[in-house]
Ligand binder design. Structure first.
Ligand code: FAD
Length: 387
């Protein structure tokens, strides 16, 4: 008998088991259908020993000192800065849009006032943007929308931006200063030894209270395992056998290209392959972005690698990555959320189970909040249902 069965060894599931095992002394079983810990945040060395973000780059950032404090129990940090360029019309543009981007557009130096005036003249007056196209037209106008956002969004989601919620494009900052940082948060750093090492330390602190079974699906254990409470971090529609219809997710294929120091030298390069951490390809090619994580990890190695992301339709043969925020999906999710609300002894957590675009810090915060609200006052080693 386990006090809790935790489905999904991603960040959400890991924070929850760490809390349940160490704070309440609960015995937990953690299962994941993947063969490793960490969910999408999993990283591992390639054949040359270069740390690789297997499921796309994971740039940790947060404004919360509490979250940094919590995670710092399991890792030291490598402070870094995430620098992105958008490659279009044959050149690398400063991105997200900022004063440098505007100067590239003009071909000369400018200033904040001139850029603000330009934006005021070019913005389409839409008071209450209802979708991503309106959102970007209202914030940067047609020219910058076409150059940087329209093609990228269509490639990423295989949908017209006008069919997507305003938040999809609205997440990306627009700045009139020369600040070209990819994100706004005050703390930008990667776990010093990588995410997987951090996750390993999290589960190590659980000691004998935790049993982990990888490569195991929830369906394989749910009827044969006795447990008090279920923490579920998989897709919510899957939990309910898609009884109201399937929620849409966007999937991705990640292609890793490794470069040894020799192959770099043959191309006249040394240490790194591309000039920036991340290069977006809004208007050409099949992939959305190419990421050379070594620019952020600053790993001391003469080798490197680049991971390219190819957006794909989600089928039963690949993984769900991004919830697709259309009106239809958000309505459907509400139906599943209402069913989840009345499930006894089950907690739905994380990106897939709450059908939300959660960054890592938001996923950790959600798990900690849920633990505090629902479990922290529970008697040690006893399930609330049994108390
Ligand atoms: C391409 C990409 C890039 C990202 N980049 C960033 C970034 O730069 N910065 C940032 O802050 N966030 C980023 N994120 C978000 C980040 O990945 C999430 O915040 C985080 O992974 C959420 O963790 P989770 O545990 O909720 O979900 P997941 O990591 O998806 O973990 C869920 C786990 O549950 C398992 N599972 C599902 N169903 C079952 C089942 N039936 N049985 C057993 N196991 C099951 C899955 O295999 C998976 O391992 C990115 C996400 C993606 C997809």
């Amino acid at each position: 008998m386990y006090d809790a069965l935790v489905v999904g060894a991603g960040l959400s599931g890991l924070v929850m088991v760490e809390r349940l095992c160490t704070q309440l002394g609960w015995r937990c079983l953690l299962v994941d259908r993947r063969e490793h810990l960490g969910g999408n945040c999993y990283d591992a060395p390639d054949q040359n020993g270069v740390l690789t973000h297997i499921y796309g780059p994971h740039y940790f950032r947060t404004d919360s000192p509490e979250l940094v404090h919590y995670l710092s129990r399991f890792t030291a940090w490598h402070k870094t800065r995430y620098t992105v360029r958008s490659f279009t019309e044959g050149k690398y543009w400063s991105f997200p849009v900022n004063l440098r981007t505007f100067e590239q557009l003009l071909g000369r130096e400018s200033c904040q006032d001139e850029f603000r005036r330009w934006l005021d003249e070019h913005r389409v007056p839409i008071a209450d943007p209802k979708n991503s196209e309106e959102m970007m037209l209202a914030s940067v106008g047609e020219e910058l929308y076409e150059k940087f956002f329209k093609g990228y969004t269509k490639k990423q989601w295989c949908k017209e931006p006008r069919d997507l919620h305003p938040s999809v494009c609205g997440r990306i900052p627009i700045r009139t200063t020369r600040d070209d940082s990819y994100v706004d948060e005050s703390f930008q750093a990667l776990p010093a030894d990588g995410y997987t090492a951090m996750f390993q330390r999290m589960v190590d602190t659980c000691g004998d209270n935790l049993e982990i079974r990888l490569g195991v699906d929830f369906r394989e254990v749910k009827d044969t395992t006795a447990f008090g409470h279920l923490i579920y971090t998989g897709p919510i529609d899957e939990y309910f056998h898609a009884c109201h219809g399937r929620l849409e997710y966007r999937s991705l294929r990640f292609e890793v290209e490794s470069f040894s120091s020799r192959s770099l030298a043959q191309q006249g390069k040394s240490g790194v392959w591309q000039p920036y951490l991340q290069v977006n390809y809004p208007n050409s090619g099949q992939y959305t972005r190419a990421v050379e994580i070594k620019h952020a990890t600053n790993q001391e190695t003469p080798h490197t690698n680049v991971v390219r992301e190819y957006p794909q339709e989600y089928t039963q043969d690949n993984d769900p990555y991004y919830p697709v925020p259309t009106d239809r999906n958000l309505m459907l999710y509400k139906k599943y959320a209402a069913m989840a609300e009345i499930q006894k002894g089950v907690t739905f957590l994380g990106r897939l189970a709450t059908y939300a675009y959660l960054n890592m810090d938001q996923a950790v915060a959600q798990a900690l909040r849920t633990f505090d609200a629902k479990f922290a006052s529970c008697t040690k080693r006893r399930h609330p249902g049994l108390a």
